[in-house]
Design a protein around this ligand. Structure first.
Ligand code: G3H
Length: 534
């Protein structure tokens, strides 16, 4: 299947994304402003050919490259909204916060088409997957509303122990800096943003370098749904903007999904990192282990989608396959065949499975990893694997990967599938132990006597083991986290509410709790109360 560089008239009008007006807008302290300073061009990963000229990335807009001063204005918006914990939002009754988030979700739903199309054009997610990302985000918000009601109801009681009567509730933590990744610019960003907000924390949201535009159609919804300063946006160079925000020492919570290098820089940029609550989702190189008795068809199908959905640009992607020597040849040839048949396509085309890559220089970096492996004895086993042009990169199955090659340890985050052969299960365990990551693994096998002990051996190194299935984050009611360099904190609908809050209590000595009763009766406190939200 050839690489496609369409000319604009051939693109169906309903799918075309012209330059997005309003990409210079940002939200600070309740006000949508237009940035007059330096901007960077936002270019699609889709390259268009106009006339006889060489294909070029389609221009989608320009994104503010905020300076430190502007980033700090966004921070000050959040600091004012927090107002030492006494701001309108952090002290608002849960009922009010639920209502505001509900308002936001319903305004957001009206922007579905605009957001999904921007995701599709900027980062090359297929239209179907871009819409799925949007819908999953709305579902996440709705599930969060339910989860908060349950959490609040659970707080409507007194505990008595050791002569102390106490009411325990979850309280917000403070000013939150939230940074999401390019591969799920809406869903993963909102998976921390929404729980942070709904628990009462004002937020500064730093938009990612790629995938920022899809948030911009929602600025009015943010402004109109929440009190001023609860949501502020900044964009531009991470060190200049988020770096300055961290350096101020005014951030209480850092929610970051991206590379461990950037996470370390942000954390250590805070003058008192010990008081910073961090919730992170970082690197991963989830392996799949194909045991001798695996169902080969199933293993190939799951490894194919696990390794190459969204071109392998998922933190949960299968990034290294280990196949038992007894079925290695059969597995590799079936996988190579399946990969060769994966349709390359433009993101709006039906059936497209492999699409262009958004990151500048990424095809060259992937090619470098493959060349390093090949120079050390590995083989590209699928026809045309690793061919590239412009933003296109044909997926490559690289067989015979050993620990001497970069593909063994580097997180490729793209359409390259390293395959290694193993003989004994101890080798698999060693790989997991030596990995700097600890997110998930997949095990393909049918023999309980073999699979059970392997699960036990690895469970204290990883956080999720998928049996006869590819790795994945969802459903969002399940805990999503990692050990070692992969994550800090746990995300799921209900875990995230805990991550962005702290248990706080009012205590009184048993027998002298009269003031407590009066507070409840006269409803003079928003913390100390027993009203149920249904
Ligand atoms: O990039 C990491 C994402 O959280 C992966 O989520 O498994 O639903 O694709 P997913």
């Amino acid at each position: 299947m050839p690489f496609s560089f369409p000319s604009p008239p051939t693109i169906p009008a309903r799918h075309f994304q012209p330059v997005f007006e309003g990409s210079r807008r940002f939200l600070v302290d309740g006000e949508i402003r237009t940035w007059g300073g330096h901007c960077s061009a936002v270019e699609s990963c889709v390259m268009l050919r106009e006339g006889s000229s060489e294909p070029r990335r389609h221009l989608l807009g320009e994104l503010p490259q905020h300076d430190a001063e502007t980033a700090l204005e966004g921070l000050e918006g959040a600091v004012r909204a927090w107002d030492r914990g006494r701001g309108e939002w952090p002290t608002m009754e849960v009922r009010g916060r639920l209502e505001a988030v509900r308002r936001f979700a319903s305004a957001m739903k009206e922007r579905r088409e605009a957001c999904a199309r921007l995701i599709m054009w900027e980062i090359g997610k297929t239209l179907k997957d871009a819409e799925k990302e949007f819908d999953r985000t709305v579902e996440y918000i709705e599930a969060t509303l339910q989860a908060l009601k349950e959490l609040d109801r659970a707080g409507n009681r007194f505990s008595i122990d050791g002569g102390i009567v106490g009411m325990i509730r979850r309280a917000p933590l403070g000013v939150t800096l939230c940074l999401g990744p390019f591969n799920y610019p809406l869903n993963e960003t909102f998976a921390t943003l929404i729980p942070a907000i709904i628990m009462g924390n004002p937020v500064v949201m730093k938009l990612p370098r790629y995938g920022a535009l899809c948030v911009l159609p929602l600025l009015e919804a943010f402004r109109d749904s929440f009190p001023r300063g609860v949501v502020n946006t900044v964009s531009g160079d991470g060190a200049t903007t988020a770096g300055a925000i961290q350096k101020s020492g005014k951030v209480d919570v850092l929610a970051f999904i991206g590379s461990s290098r950037a996470a370390d820089a942000l954390k250590l940029g805070h003058p008192a990192p010990h008081r910073l609550r961090c919730i992170t989702g970082l690197g991963a190189k989830n392996p799949a282990f194909v045991l001798p008795d695996a169902d080969l068809d199933l293993a190939v199908a799951e490894c194919l989608s696990g390794a190459l959905s969204f071109n392998g640009q998922r933190c949960t992607a299968l990034k290294h396959l280990f196949v038992h020597r007894s079925l290695a040849d059969a597995f590799v040839s079936r996988l190579a065949d399946a990969v060769s048949r994966l349709p390359l396509g433009l993101p709006w085309e039906d059936g497209a499975r492999i699409t262009p890559l958004p990151e500048h220089g990424k095809p060259d970096r992937l090619r470098g990893l493959v060349e390093d492996a090949v120079s050390k004895g590995a083989r590209i086993v699928n026809a045309g694997g690793a061919e590239h042009r412009g933003t296109w990169f044909r997926p490559a199955v690289v067989a015979g990967v050993t620990s001497a090659m970069q593909l063994w340890s580097v997180e490729q985050f793209g359409p390259v599938v390293p395959v290694s052969v193993y003989d004994g299960e101890e080798e698999l365990f060693d790989y997991v132990v030596q990995s700097p990551y600890g997110q998930q693994a997949s095990i393909f096998g049918r023999d309980a006597a073999r699979v059970g002990p392997l699960v036990d051996a690895m469970m204290n190194q990883l956080c999720r083991i998928n049996l006869n299935a590819a790795c994945q984050r969802g459903p969002d009611s399940f805990p999503f986290t990692g050990r070692k360099g992969s994550a800090e904190g746990t995300l799921s609908v209900s875990d995230a509410l805990r991550a962005f809050s702290i248990r706080a209590m009012v205590a009184a000595k048993e027998g002298s709790e009269q003031v407590v009763s009066e507070i409840l009766m006269k409803r003079t406190s928003r913390f100390l109360r027993t009203d149920f939200i249904f």
